[in-house]
Design a protein. Structure first.
Length: 98
């Protein structure tokens, strides 16, 4: 769905586990050891927290975000189809009155 990461999913999961399993170790230190930007690692840790159901109520999990994108696309398609049908109906009404 989203853009492809240059880091494999397994690597990201292991990096998040290193942060979560070592609370005494600074996130920046783990990031440096892995050769990852600390803000990138922080984003991964935050996303994992949300996906685990530990986020605030207004934070969407990855699957909820994917569903939202899908629903927005479908909504846009349905709106376009509705407009086409409205125009077609108006055209046929106009043609039938001639």
């Amino acid at each position: 769905m989203g853009r492809r990461s240059k880091y494999p999913e397994e690597f990201r999961e292991q990096a998040v586990a290193m942060v979560r399993d070592n609370p005494d170790r600074a996130l920046a230190e783990v990031a440096r050891d892995l050769g990852v930007n600390d803000s990138t690692l922080s984003n991964w840790v935050n996303r994992a927290r949300i996906d685990a159901g530990e986020g605030r109520p207004e934070e969407l999990s990855t699957s909820e975000r994917e569903e939202l994108v899908k629903l927005r696309r479908e909504n846009a398609r349905l709106k376009m189809e509705r407009e086409i049908l409205k125009k077609a109906a108006a055209f046929f009404v106009q043609e039938s009155t001639r």
